[in-house]
Design a protein around this ligand. Structure first.
Ligand code: CU
Length: 126
């Protein structure tokens, strides 16, 4: 009698459990990495369209640089080892990185004297 009762309880638990389970919204496959945050920035003569970018530490970032000027430009952050290729007018390039330290980091264009001429900005990692 006890065994029958136990079996009945187990069946009820199994059925109830499967109903609850089937009502769960479909979950996307677990991913260990956070989705990439894309930041678009334009470089022209001689300024970036963004002069300040704030991101979260550990958040994968993709910088998409578009050259809207008439000289070659790039995007560099020395402290974080970030550097795009140098692109010509109308071109687009990108660089991906994950900031692993909080702080403020200057980004700049390394072409010619562009940095001194104003192609700088501040990346804030919180
Ligand atoms: Cu430049």
């Amino acid at each position: 009698m006890n065994k029958k009762y136990l079996a009945l309880v187990l069946v009820i638990i199994a059925v109830t459990g499967s109903i609850i389970w089937s009502n769960q919204p479909a979950k996307s496959p677990a991913t260990s990495e956070a989705p990439i945050q894309t930041i678009s920035i334009a470089g022209s003569n001689f300024i970036f369209s963004l002069t300040e970018i704030t991101v979260k530490k550990g958040q994968p970032i993709k910088i998409v640089l578009t050259n809207t000027g008439t000289y070659p430009h790039d995007f560099v952050i020395d402290e974080l080892g970030v550097r795009t290729s140098i692109i010509g007018p109308g071109e687009t390039t990108e660089v991906a990185f994950t900031p692993d330290q909080a702080g403020e980091f200057e980004y700049y264009c390394s072409v010619g004297k562009h940095r001194a001429m104003g192609m700088v900005g501040k990346l804030i990692v919180e």
